[in-house]
Design a protein around this ligand. Structure first.
Ligand SMILES: [Fe+2]
Ligand SMILES: [Fe+2]
Length: 483
């Protein structure tokens, strides 16, 4: 019988729905990796609160209709498990040269290196974000927010387990070596950094955290969606379940930014401020002014765009042809799913101007995924702008142009304003602080980051959420700090 269990086995040390108790070799490998993981968690996971009781959800099933149960857990006792979405019967490869062939249950030899590379890159981002966010617990604006931070953190830890399972089960010795390396690299480390740029940046304050979970976790969503299409079925099933968890991370980001914007608007209104650009007056109220929120958005969006890689990429074409990494919502797209003769418009720098140029669709897959990402990002902006306009202010948050502040791809060697106007070095240097958070902006935000730990209370720069987690009331004690 195929492994197709919805419920998770909690009788083994490593909870799973992949029948680990009958897979001795992999169970042994994972048990061997476990102590190193726990060391990593205690060295690089959240600072403090490790003995606090946190109201966390844990997966007991992979049935999307009901998969999580909530309870108080000490983070080191969280049950990190291996959870794959149920196997779809008779699934076929939905794109590329092997279109229509049965999905692979084992790694095809010719694509082994390519698959391993993609799994390692995805795996590397998971612990990286935990490392980036490790100092935030101590300045949490409420117990509700602290709980959300820790929920995101333990689940990113679980995503690391998900990738490590694939490496150890399907890639033998080099898979085990890669699994160890994932615990060795460190976000921001000079000698041994994480693999992707955005995952080596600091997350110094809670506004950054919300921006990160909105924009950078959303890159993760796009990557997981593409890998969920994979012809390598275990990868597809792993990513499908990760996406279920990922939705909450982006919810934390979207509602976090909403609540900051809302609080700022309320405070401006109460104080009779009519010009949201009057930064000094707004800051005097102890809330974050909208122009500074825009700068933070500029930073995190541009860093996240870099995660999609070069607009034109033969690697992307190769992994699509191979049936390893598909497009966003591949199975819903109406075309031949091979793309041998199609083109896709790519933004390029032509004679010093930003232009759309048709490129072979296969090499333009990164660009296409990035376009899908941008469309997905816009939804949050609509909501935030609605809060601002309902409060009666004439101010719109906007995504910066793709040429703005880029380190990878077509625009890495030029400077552009957020509106997409190319500017020279001198102008960039002069105006940088208008477009990206300055040291002063950072210092101001840092000055607001005072912890609030009374039940049901919130820091004055952020509005309370509309509803509680797991439908809990406003005065619910999400974290019992002294336990
Ligand atoms: Fe993740
Ligand atoms: Fe995430």
């Amino acid at each position: 019988m195929n492994v197709n269990i919805m419920n998770v086995d909690y009788s083994t040390k490593i909870p799973n729905n992949v029948n680990l108790s009958e897979d001795r070799q992999v169970l042994k490998a994972l048990e061997g990796w476990h102590p190193g993981y726990m060391n990593w968690w205690s060295d690089m996971g959240p600072v403090g609160f490790q003995q606090s009781l946190v109201y966390l959800r844990t997966a007991y099933s992979v049935d999307p209709r009901g998969w999580a149960k909530f309870d108080y857990v000490r983070m080191p006792e969280y049950r990190w498990g291996i959870l794959l979405a149920p196997q779809e019967e008779d699934r076929v490869i939905p794109f590329g040269e092997h279109y229509g062939e049965p999905a692979w249950q084992e790694v095809p030899g010719e694509y082994r290196a390519m698959l391993r590379r993609l799994i390692v890159i995805q795996g590397d981002t998971e612990p990286a974000s935990v490392e980036q966010q490790r100092h935030l617990g101590k300045t949490a604006p409420s117990l509700y927010d602290m709980r959300n931070l820790f929920q995101v953190n333990v689940e990113e830890g679980r995503h690391l387990w998900a990738m490590v399972y694939l490496l150890q089960k399907y890639f033998g010795r080099d898979g085990r070596e890669e699994a160890d390396e994932l615990l060795r690299r460190r976000s921001g480390d000079a000698d041994s950094p994480r693999m992707l740029g955005a995952f080596n940046e600091a997350t110094p304050d809670w506004l950054s955290f919300f921006m990160f979970t909105y924009f950078t976790d959303r890159d993760g969503k796009m990557q997981l969606h593409s890998l969920a299409q994979s012809g390598f079925d275990p990868l597809s099933r792993t990513c499908r379940f990760m996406l279920t968890e990922e939705a909450h991370h982006m919810f934390v980001g979207e509602t976090g930014i909403s609540r900051v914007v809302q609080r700022t608007c309320e405070a401006m209104k109460a104080a009779g401020i009519t010009d949201p650009n009057d930064i000094a007056k707004v800051r005097a109220l102890g809330v974050i002014d909208l122009p500074t929120i825009q700068k933070k958005l500029n930073l995190h969006y541009s860093l996240s765009l870099d995660l999609f890689g070069s607009e034109v990429s033969t690697n992307a074409a190769n992994s699509f042809n191979a049936g390893i990494k598909g497009r966003y919502h591949e199975t819903q797209i109406k075309d031949d799913h091979r793309l041998q003769h199609d083109t896709y418009p790519v933004l390029k720098l032509v004679d010093g101007k930003i232009r759309r140029v048709d490129e072979p669709a296969l090499t333009a897959l990164n660009m296409r995924l990035r376009d899908d990402y941008t469309q997905d990002c816009v939804k949050g902006l609509l909501r935030w702008n609605k809060i601002i306009s309902l409060a009666g202010y004439d101010f719109k948050l906007a995504l910066p142009n793709v040429a703005f502040h880029r380190a990878i791809g077509e625009f890495r060697d030029v400077h552009a304003s957020p509106e997409g106007v190319l500017v020279d070095d001198a102008t960039w240097k002069k105006r940088r602080n208008e477009w990206l958070p300055s040291t002063d902006d950072g210092d101001f935000i840092a000055s607001l980051m005072k912890p609030v730990r009374d039940v049901g209370e919130f820091a004055p720069w952020i509005a309370p959420p509309k509803v509680g987690i797991d439908n809990k009331p406003g005065d619910f004690e999400y974290v019992k700090i002294e336990s």
